[in-house]
Every structure is written in C-alpha cells, then in structure tokens.
Design a protein around this ligand. Structure first.
Ligand SMILES: Nc1ncnc2c1ncn2[C@@H]1O[C@H](COP(=O)(O)OP(=O)(O)O)[C@@H](O)[C@H]1O
Ligand SMILES: [Mg+2]
Length: 243
C-alpha cells in the first residue's frame, strides 16, 4: 500500500519557485489499477518520481507498506525502491544495448544476473523473438513492451506508469494497456497509471485521483457506464466523465 501524506514539492529555478505539489494526500491500495489524471503541468510526473524515491519531498511523507522512505537508511531505502518498477512515455531504453541487455540491466545492477528471468519476462510481453535486436529496430509499441519486461524482472509489487501510451497510436496503446492489466492479474502488481487521457482512465482504472496545479481535487471511484458530458473545466469534465 502507498500512503501519501500531505506531500508538497517545490522546485526553485533561479529565483522563481514552482509549487509542483501542494499538500497532496491519498492512499493507493494493494492490487489497485489506480489512475492519476490531470492536465499537463498538474504535477503527475512529480508525484510518481516522489513515490519512486527519485526526488526529495519538500514537505509531508510517503509510506510504502508502512515504511516512510525518509525514516529508513540508505540500504533499506534502496531495497524498498527496488520493489517499485517504472515505465515512461519515451520508454527510456538504452540505445546501445540489445533487448536482452536492456531487460537484464536491473538484475545486473543488483548483482543478480538471471538470463532465464530475462527470457521469461520477454516471453510474457511477447518479445522473445527480438531478444538480440537493438531498440532502434523496434516500433514504439515493441519498445514499451520491452520496457515493461525490464521493469518486471525484479518482480516489483508496484508498477508506476508515466503516460506509457502517449507516444503510441491507439492500437499499440491498447496492447500496452492490456499488458499492464495482465501484469496486475498474473503477478499481483499494483498499477499506478498516470495519464491526461480520461478515456484510458475510464476504461482501465478502479479509482483515480484528479490533480490540478499541484492540488488534489478529488479521488473518484471510476464507473464504467456513464456517457461523456459537455466541455467545462478539466475538473468538472473529469468528474462528470469518470464517476
Ligand atoms: N525538475 C524540475 N525543475 C523545475 N520545475 C519542474 C521540474 N519538474 C517539474 N517541474 C514543474 O512542476 C510542475 C509539474 O510538473 P509535472 O509533474 O511534470 O507535471 P505533469 O506530469 O502533470 O505534466 C510544472 O509546472 C513543471 O514545470
Ligand atoms: Mg508528466
């Protein structure tokens, strides 16, 4: 379970302060497919990076399965963060490594090389035939599937997904969403899915948090049988459409 308590994040650029998150609190339950939705700049990526321990909080705290990331020592923190996987809009594969090397990288870094696991995860995402290819030889959808395989090699309990389909066409985006659902079902992974696309949140998420300018406006139970409402504010549109 991920507990986010009064989390704020401020960036300082020269003399300008940017309040990326303002006292955000929420709980993401084990095994949820949880959405984080909001317009560009609302703080979605910042929140994911904080959950993943990639950046420091300005205020508040984040607890992963009861442990605050700031209370534990470096080694424990590293172990904790290793139970969290992440995928990105631009896939973030290393161009000079093969698919096999990219997928094997997290295990290698942890000193736990496991060629069998690499093959197993590539089979899970349907990319085993491409094991010796380089990223430049793959389509966007294939790259994202490889990135998912890479994130899953360490058997994370949580997979953070930052706009994973935004660089893909509709068909490939759908394939990636199906794969995330399959990940949740087969491995019991909690999925945190960030998107500005309400349709995807509606179709795939159990609950969703709506962010605007760093503030949490609502957490909604996503209902699957409502029709689209007319244009108003992003918040009103999200509320009307998602609930
Ligand atoms: N490293 C950074 N330095 C300065 N400002 C940042 C940084 N990262 C994000 N921001 C700012 O914080 C706000 C939230 O950004 P972000 O979390 O990327 O939003 P989203 O992912 O919802 O588009 C934006 O105003 C953005 O410009
Ligand atoms: Mg973002």
């Amino acid at each position: 379970m991920i507990k986010i308590k009064g989390v704020s994040k401020e960036f300082k650029q020269k003399k300008i302060k940017i309040q990326a998150l303002r006292a955000v609190s929420m709980e993401i339950r084990r095994l949820e497919f949880f959405g984080i939705v909001g317009a560009s700049g609302s703080g979605k990526s910042t929140l994911l990076k904080l959950i993943n321990g990639l950046d420091d909080l300005t205020a508040g705290e984040i607890l992963i399965d009861g442990d605050s990331l700031k209370d534990i020592n470096k080694k424990e923190r590293r172990r904790k963060i290793q139970t969290i996987g992440m995928i990105f809009q631009q896939f973030n594969l290393l161009q000079n490594l093969t698919v096999r090397q990219n997928v094997g990288l997290p295990l290698k870094v942890q000193g736990k090389k496991n060629p069998q696991k690499v093959k197993e995860m590539l089979a899970f995402v349907g990319m085993e035939e491409h094991i010796n290819n380089y990223p430049s030889q793959l389509s966007g959808g294939q790259k994202q599937r490889v990135a998912i395989a890479r994130a899953l090699t360490t058997a994370p309990s949580i997979l953070l997904c930052d706009e994973p389909t935004s660089a893909l066409d509709e068909h490939n985006g759908h394939e990636v969403m199906k794969l995330l659902k399959k990940t949740q079902e087969e491995f019991g992974t909690t999925i945190v899915f960030v998107s500005h696309e309400l349709e995807l949140i509606k179709q795939w998420c159990n609950r969703a948090a709506i962010l605007e300018e760093g503030r949490l406006l609502a957490i909604v139970d996503v209902s699957k049988n409502q029709v689209v409402n007319s244009e108003t504010s992003y918040y009103q549109k999200a509320m009307d459409y998602l609930t």
